[in-house]
Ligand binder design. Structure first.
Ligand SMILES: CC(=O)SCCNC(=O)CCNC(=O)[C@H](O)C(C)(C)COP(=O)(O)OP(=O)(O)OC[C@H]1O[C@@H](n2cnc3c(N)ncnc32)[C@H](O)[C@@H]1OP(=O)(O)O
Ligand SMILES: O=C([O-])CC(=O)C(=O)O
Length: 375
């Protein structure tokens, strides 16, 4: 018999290893990276400082940051063989599949030959992921081969510049920076755990990240920002949103962008991205999507005590910055690659192959029936 407490419990509450990278849902505000509170990082830091912190263990000094950012800038160019692969992925492919293929192809072209090269491979992925997705998107949608080796100051500005073919406004660059910080790391979430399992076999770092991208793609995880957008764009007013959400709850539908496996009362990232969604709504003159989103939040809390997770207000925020919905989850990849790879290094540093056991629920032992005797 299937035991729901085992098969249906998703390993919830079980400690599956140790990490010095992140706390989720513990005391204080609920989310810290290497001891730093997420709200302080989002308010004061550049994403590149956070990326450096995760890969090197400490925040950079001013000169280390300058050197690190210069290195990232120098790594934005795509190898020709990767361009060819991207040009051959169809326009209607899902951008998360493009990211997965792009990462895997990079592993073929620039193999991590030994683990001492991990930081070089990580820096290359952080620098190149915006180039990968934007090169494919602009080639297949606009028919242009863009130059990805640009001089933008940050990963976020680089992405928006490649996508829109113009430097972003100060507010858009700031929102991208905050968004990348919020998504960077989250302990043993499903995609990170995938990466750690892969790392525990002593596989290469591109395989770990490729697997993690595939795991992040699902709508119960990173894909929820796209799924939330697909939902809210159908609502024409706050009242309409309330009516529809009530109907969905009655039908026991999942409302994407709500709930969390670990947090019980709120996701500390939500209040931060929500504030920027409101700011962006004012900037672009929106009077539908933001009120619709707020009403969804109110109804979900009133009816189910379910709160917005990091993904929900990211949907409207990205939409206000004119980012196509299908590119929402790839932005998550551009950020989370920093957390994934930090976990890969941590796993390698104290490794034992991850191999839990299963409780067998199949038939009792039986003897083999020759094929001609099977009815
Ligand atoms: C960055 C991220 O990955 S954040 C997560 C992004 N994912 C989403 O937004 C998808 C929607 N949310 C969900 O599916 C879930 O809340 C998850 C996957 C995030 C967490 O799943 P779980 O840990 O199983 O949730 P939890 O145990 O808190 O669920 C409690 C109850 O609330 C329900 N519930 C949880 N989230 C939702 C939701 N978004 N909509 C409707 N009902 C929900 C569950 O179905 C469950 O009901 P049940 O007891 O009748 O089965
Ligand atoms: O921790 C989780 O399960 C999901 C999540 O919020 C994340 O990965 O950012």
């Amino acid at each position: 018999m299937v035991d729901k407490a085992l098969g249906g419990a998703g390993l919830r509450g079980q400690v599956a290893g140790q990490t010095a990278l992140c706390t989720v849902g513990q005391t204080g505000s609920g989310l810290t990276y290497c001891g730093y509170d997420i709200s302080e990082l989002a308010e004061k830091a550049q994403f590149e400082e956070v990326s450096f912190l995760l890969s090197r263990g400490e925040l950079p000094t001013a000169s280390e940051l300058a050197e690190y950012k210069a290195k990232l800038k120098s790594l934005r160019g795509l190898p020709d063989a990767l361009k060819t692969v991207l040009e051959n992925i169809p326009k209607d492919a899902h951008p998360m599949d493009v990211m997965r293929t792009g990462c895997s192809m990079l592993g073929n072209l620039e193999m991590e030959l030994d683990f001492s090269q991990a930081n070089d491979a990580i820096d290359r992925m952080v620098a190149l992921f915006p180039s990968i997705i934007c090169y494919w998107y602009r080639f297949t949608h606009d028919g242009v081969r863009i130059e990805t080796q640009t001089d933008d100051d940050s990963v976020g500005a680089h992405f928006l510049n490649l996508l829109h073919d113009k430097a972003p406004s100060e507010l858009f660059a700031q929102v991208m920076n905050v968004s990348l910080i919020l998504y960077a790391e989250h302990e043993f979430n499903a995609s990170t755990f995938t990466g750690r399992v892969c790392a525990s076999t002593l596989s290469d770092i591109h395989s770990c990240v490729t697997g993690a991208i595939g795991t992040l793609r699902g709508p119960l995880h990173g894909g929820a920002n796209e799924a939330a957008m697909d939902m809210i764009q159908n609502f024409t007013s706050a009242e309409h949103a309330e009516q529809e959400v009530m109907g969905m709850l009655e039908r026991k539908d999942k409302i994407m962008g709500f709930g969390h496996a670990i947090y019980r009362e709120s996701d500390p990232r939500n209040v931060i991205i929500k504030k920027f969604s409101e700011k962006l709504a004012a900037e672009v003159g929106d009077d539908v999507l933001y009120p619709v989103s707020v009403r969804c939040e109110e109804v979900m809390w009133r009816e189910k005590k379910l709160f917005c997770n990091a993904d929900f207000f990211h949907a409207s925020a990205y939409h206000f910055m004119d980012i196509p919905t299908k590119l929402f989850t790839p932005i998550f990849v551009m950020s989370r690659v920093t957390g994934w790879t930090a976990h890969v290094k941590e796993q390698r540093a104290n490794n034992r192959i991850i191999r839990p056991s299963a409780d067998y629920t199949g038939p009792d032992a039986r003897s083999y029936t020759p094929i001609e005797s099977r009815g």
